[in-house]
Design a protein around this ligand. Structure first.
Ligand SMILES: C=C(O[C@@H]1C=C(C(=O)O)C=C[C@H]1O)C(=O)O
Length: 102
């Protein structure tokens, strides 16, 4: 992938953006596997949501955003969206297991 200053055309830039987005999607797929694994350790719907963990996560992601000169509010909203989806997935896995074990 060309560095931004090496890009000589809009196509070079779009190729780089496509590759980065593909990597982000692959990372989200990996993340999904870890979240599914987390459901094995949960004992209740509240433990699936783990609000205390979410609160800590917001702070670290806001800090990471600032370190990268990104807008902390934007990153917080992005992760709120991501974690809401992942929690709903995890809740589904957890409930399925609960029903099987009943
Ligand atoms: C993965 C976990 O379960 C849930 C999903 C999270 C996530 O997507 O990062 C974080 C906390 C929980 O809401 C966890 O407890 O760590």
């Amino acid at each position: 992938m060309k560095r931004p200053e090496e890009c000589a055309s809009l196509q070079d830039i779009r190729d780089a953006i496509d590759l980065l987005d593909q990597q982000m999607v692959a990372l989200l797929a990996q993340r999904a596997i870890y979240v599914k694994a987390a459901s094995h350790y949960k004992t209740s719907p509240m433990s699936v949501k783990a609000p205390e963990r979410l609160a800590l996560m917001i702070e670290s992601r806001r800090l990471w955003a600032r370190e990268q000169q990104l807008d902390a509010d934007f990153i917080e909203q992005l992760f709120a969206h991501i974690t809401n989806y992942f929690i709903s997935q995890e809740m589904g896995f957890w409930r399925e297991r609960e029903e099987r074990e009943e």
